[in-house]
Design a protein around this ligand. Structure first.
Ligand code: ADP
Ligand code: 5GP
Length: 197
């Protein structure tokens, strides 16, 4: 099945929004889709977040995240260095403000991959942003993907699934929904939404 855009965007088609926010429940495939898209279109700039979460095998500092301690995260927040931040399943995550603003001022499209709480903050502070929700084909498939990834112990999976129920209920807040059935199809849809091509 092809990626299915649902809903209508309040952003007029000629407004060419340059800030795209991708959200969706943990395990739905956000990182997979974004990596696939950027393999062919490295010009799509993806913000690298700061997080207090420990790196998963293969994750690199400065590439996948800036892995920081609690004190450093406290400082980033206190100094206003984050565009948005949220606590998710026991860790804190935030978007470094300056890098994003520099790209936007240069007229370059920017992609953020953040959770629902972060997406809501961006909607408040930058209402021109386009909010895209990545949905699973079914709840069962989401559980399968999250469990199958094998990167979290059972109690963390439980926390992430509890968050997923809340995130799925918030889908109508987004401008657009893409259903992640095929990584290739969703990556193509997402590329079109970022207005790079
Ligand atoms: P997220 O970044 O949203 O937490 P990931 O990108 O880590 O999710 O994907 C979670 C798991 O689902 C991974 O094992 C990934 O390979 C798998 N996956 C992602 N997209 C699909 C898809 N369209 N079909 C099947 N498996 C997928
Ligand atoms: P993970 O630990 O699986 O990499 O990410 C957990 C959740 O945190 C995902 O929903 C991811 O999109 C979100 N996330 C990653 N970076 C940020 C960020 O900078 N801000 C917010 N609010 N959420 C983030």
């Amino acid at each position: 099945m092809a990626a299915t855009p649902r809903g209508t965007s309040p952003v007029p088609p000629d407004a060419r929004p340059r800030l795209t926010v991708l959200s969706g429940p943990s395990g739905v495939g956000k990182s997979t889709v974004v990596a696939h898209m950027r393999k062919e279109h490295p010009e799509v700039w993806l913000s690298v977040s700061a997080t207090t979460r420990k790196p998963r095998p293969g994750e690199q500092h400065g590439v996948h995240y800036f892995f920081v301690g609690d004190e450093e995260m406290d400082k980033l927040i206190a100094n206003g260095e984050l565009l948005e931040w949220a606590e998710f399943a026991g860790n804190r995550y935030g978007t470094p403000r300056t890098a994003v603003l520099e790209r936007l001022e240069a007229g370059e499209p920017v992609l953020l991959e953040i959770d629902l709480q972060g997406a809501r903050q961006v909607r408040e502070s930058m209402p021109e942003a386009r909010l895209v929700f990545l949905a699973p084909p079914s709840w069962e498939e989401l559980v399968r993907r999250l469990t199958g990834r094998g990167t979290e112990p059972p109690e963390v999976i439980e926390r992430r699934l509890a968050a997923a129920r809340v995130e799925l209920a918030a889908e109508p807040e987004f401008d657009q929904t893409l259903v992640n059935t095929s990584v290739e199809d969703v990556a193509r849809e997402l590329l079109a939404l970022t207005n790079v091509v």
